[in-house]
Design a protein. Structure first.
Length: 296
């Protein structure tokens, strides 16, 4: 039997409040929306679900509120095959993300709440889980001290680290040196430009560019991995789907370029349905999609 890769995700867990609209209101204006949904989300939970659907053994480390949103999310994650033994309820509210979907794109406001309980000491208490992983996947919707501690533990134990620097902020130089792969989008890359120039990130920078695919930056050279041609319904969660796919592919021994190709396929399929997690494809769906070629 093929061994399942062990992927640990340390990150955010949100309830997404999604409004689909045909126009965006101006300041002070009220409009009628087209549709509303409540979906489990958060970049940490999204990436955990993406990797689990692709066949990985996934453990999620994080916090939810001691409220109905938290209870519903934990049950949903269990149903998706994510191990939530290391997700702890706190007295704060579960984090929320208010998402407006307009013209095949989205804008998002996040209220962190319980996510800010993922401190360095909280992550330290999960040391054995991180140390036993093949891949550590982290983002920036939790406290930076929690991210740094998770990466520190991973590197002490030879675990490969993928950092998705979103939402973007200035990062400590030591953190940039410790990660194995950094996966910003174009906006995040622009914000980090000076830092990336100052630090040796050769071979570890993977820039996601939406419909333009992915660029791998290595020793001053840019290698483009094209996106798949597909009809887009909703881009929410596409980046998280890519990162989940990248983690799974790398844990299975693929080259970085092949792993990005795989991640692109996962991301493409995720845009064919509404919602961040609901559109994420399974391992078999991705295999079938890749076999069918690019013109789908």
């Amino acid at each position: 039997m093929e061994r399942k890769p062990k992927i640990t995700v340390v990150g955010s867990i949100n309830m997404d409040l999604v409004t689909i609209t045909t126009q965006v209101p101006k300041i002070g204006e009220t409009l009628l929306g087209k549709q509303f949904q409540m979906n489990p989300g958060g970049k940490g939970a999204n990436q955990a679900v993406a990797a689990a659907r692709l066949g990985a053994d996934v453990r999620l480390i994080g916090c939810v509120g001691n409220d109905r949103f938290g209870q519903d999310i934990l049950q949903h994650l269990r149903n998706e095959g994510v191990d939530v033994s290391d997700v702890e309820p706190v007295t704060d509210h579960t984090a929320t993300a208010t998402i407006t979907v307009y013209n095949e794109d989205n804008s998002i406001i996040v209220v962190p709440a319980a996510n800010h309980h993922v401190t360095a000491s909280f992550v330290e208490s999960k040391r054995e889980v991180i140390a036993d992983s093949d891949i550590l996947l982290v983002q920036l919707e939790i406290l930076l001290e929690g991210v740094q501690k998770a990466v520190e533990i991973a590197k002490e134990n030879g675990v490969t680290v993928i950092l998705n620097p979103a939402p973007i902020q200035e990062l400590p130089a030591e953190l940039l040196r410790q990660v194995d792969y950094l996966t910003p989008n174009e906006h995040e890359q622009a914000v980090l430009m000076q830092q990336l120039h100052d630090e040796d990130i050769s071979g570890k920078l993977v820039v996601t560019k939406g419909s333009q695919g992915v660029s791998i930056m290595n020793e001053g050279l840019e290698v483009n991995v094209p996106a798949y041609n597909i009809s887009v319904v909703d881009t929410t969660g596409a980046g998280d789907s890519f990162n989940g796919g990248l983690a799974v592919a790398l844990s299975q021994g693929m080259t970085l370029r092949d792993a990005c190709e795989y991640g692109n396929a996962v991301a493409a399929l995720s845009t064919t349905k509404l919602g961040a997690q609901s559109g994420m494809p399974t391992k078999d769906e991705v295999a079938h999609f890749i076999q069918g070629g690019r013109n789908q």
